[in-house]
Design a protein around this ligand. Structure first.
Ligand SMILES: Cc1cc2nc3c(=O)[nH]c(=O)nc-3n(C[C@H](O)[C@H](O)[C@H](O)COP(=O)(O)OP(=O)(O)OC[C@H]3O[C@@H](n4cnc5c(N)ncnc54)[C@H](O)[C@@H]3O)c2cc1C
Length: 466
């Protein structure tokens, strides 16, 4: 069976869905197919969350999916709450714009925007259809793009967009049947955590926002035992506060380029803010809009320096924790139930008594040692290197030479307009990418605001309006 469309969107998480929304809003007749194995569009991994405690890491004022209306989420939430939705929001006791919504609810918001855009699109004769399958292969010829799906179906289109998102290390399928992930619990699987002895020791690898989610899951599951967290630098994400506006110091000085210069200036600005009684988060937050420019202008050597020396601090200071989750982590830390260890994971240690053993090396020590617990959670992040992602599509695209790795092997390479670069470095005319696969091109290419901006620009490009 074969179907054809103008635009084939591969992946129906936030990126694919927002691209469809933006396409539907344009007065150009389009038939769009979104190929997504999940049964709902607009959710992906992040917004399929079912626990109310798994919230966005920014407040409503920061998480609009509409680049033309920063208040879009706040307005939607205001109506939703007024209609009786999310009654628990009253407990946060803050204005709607300052609420940190559950990620599952954010998924509902995205879906609602798709429903509305479908109505608008229908006026122009445009449509979006969800095909439930995984794309396992893709070929491009002079006239079209052809997709092969996991169910044997094939699709053809004028062009295709890779909106395949992130491949979490915590769930990278190549390890599903053996190794770390077979031994580890899913950070969001509260039901599995309920099976644990509540007083048992749980070990978590990684100390970023996924760890914070995992701690929320454990709490929700009734776990009350020790939690041992291992990460290379032992850094916890800072809590997100609402800092006042600070001068855009990078906007007014484009001579600041190298990681060293930038860091020195940022520290100076933070000290100046603190001296005035202003939160250090204020200067830091002005950096956000310049990251894509700074990263794309940097040399590979500078990018490597940044990744090696600055990244752990960038992650813990920039990717901050929502206040309620941060409060829980802080409480458990103070009570001594949660301990953070600066140590790198060296491998699993087989055990026969039903417990899990891991070999670690503590920072500053040369010897390794084994620690054990009743369960292990892998929160060690995302696999951005497509050569290591054992899914059929990334593998096939690399084998066919249709894509090449992006800078520092982070995702894939693309031109400024999202057209992917093939193995020879030529920009494709029919194959585009957006969101997390472009991590190497822009460094920050995964957050809601990044995805929303890219969706709008790419929709305009695909409609000949960019
Ligand atoms: C747990 C978690 C929490 C997050 N929280 C925040 C937050 O609070 N704030 C924020 O700004 N950002 C957050 N993010 C970042 C978030 O990922 C992005 O905002 C957004 O989800 C990226 O959307 P996406 O559609 O590109 O990727 P994804 O959400 O990963 O969706 C990609 C989709 O593509 C599908 N897919 C992959 N390969 C194929 C294929 N071959 N064929 C068909 N379909 C395919 C997958 O099934 C998936 O549904 C979070 C991310 C995670 C994982």
């Amino acid at each position: 069976m074969s179907q054809s469309a103008d635009i084939l969107i591969i992946g129906g998480g936030l990126s694919g869905t927002m691209l469809a929304v933006q396409l539907l809003r344009l007065p150009v007749r389009r038939k769009v197919l979104i190929i997504e194995p999940r049964n709902e569009l607009g959710r992906g991994e992040a917004y399929s969350a079912v626990e109310l405690g798994h919230t966005l890491n920014g407040n409503a004022a920061r998480m609009s999916v509409d680049p033309d209306n920063p208040d879009d989420l706040t307005q939607w939430l205001t109506e939703h709450i007024a209609g009786g939705g999310w009654p628990e929001s009253a407990e946060q006791n803050v204005p709607v714009s300052e609420l940190f919504p559950p990620r599952g609810l954010f998924g509902v918001y995205v879906q609602q925007r798709l429903v509305e855009a479908r109505r608008v699109g229908a006026r122009y004769g445009s449509s979006v259809e969800h095909i439930r399958a995984e794309v396992v292969d893709l070929q491009v010829d002079a006239d079209s793009v052809q997709l092969t799906l996991s169910n044997g179906q094939s699709l053809s289109g004028f062009c295709a967009v890779l909106a395949t998102g992130m491949f979490p290390a915590a769930r990278t399928p190549q390890k599903a049947s053996s190794g770390l992930n077979a031994a580890a619990l899913d950070p969001w699987d509260v039901a599995a955590m309920r099976q644990l002895d509540p007083q048992s020791t749980v070990m978590i690898i990684g100390s970023g926002l996924t760890m914070v989610d995992a701690v929320v899951s454990l709490e929700q599951a009734g776990h009350r035992g020790p939690i041992e967290v291992f990460s290379r630098h032992g850094l916890l994400p800072h809590v997100r506060r609402q800092p006042p506006v600070w001068i855009d110091f990078l906007g007014s000085d484009h001579s600041l380029r190298t990681p060293r210069q930038l860091l020195r200036e940022l520290r100076r600005q933070c000290r100046a803010a603190i001296a005035q009684g202003i939160d250090w988060q204020a200067p830091l937050d002005t950096v956000r809009v310049h990251i894509a420019r700074l990263w794309s202008q940097a040399t590979d050597v500078q990018r490597r320096q940044f990744v090696r020396h600055v990244r752990p601090w960038w992650e813990s200071h920039h990717h901050r924790s929502p206040p309620l989750s941060a409060k829980l982590v802080e409480r458990l830390h103070k009570e001594g139930r949660l301990r953070i260890h600066a140590a790198s994971f060296k491998g699993l240690e087989p055990r026969e008594d039903g417990s899990v053993g891991i070999r670690i090396r503590r920072r500053g020590e040369s010897e390794t040692c084994v620690v054990q617990g009743a369960a292990l959670i892998n929160s060690s992040g995302i696999e951005y290197d497509w050569r290591r992602v054992a899914r059929p599509l990334p593998q096939q695209l690399l084998v066919r030479g249709l894509v090449q790795s992006g800078p520092l092997a982070l995702g894939i390479a693309a031109a400024v307009d999202g057209a992917v670069l093939d193995a020879e470095g030529r920009a494709a005319s029919r194959l585009f990418a957006m969101g997390p696969p472009l991590r190497g091109m822009w460094w920050e290419s995964t957050a809601v605001t990044d995805v929303a901006l890219q969706a709008k620009a790419l929709a305009a490009r695909l409609s000949g309006r960019g």
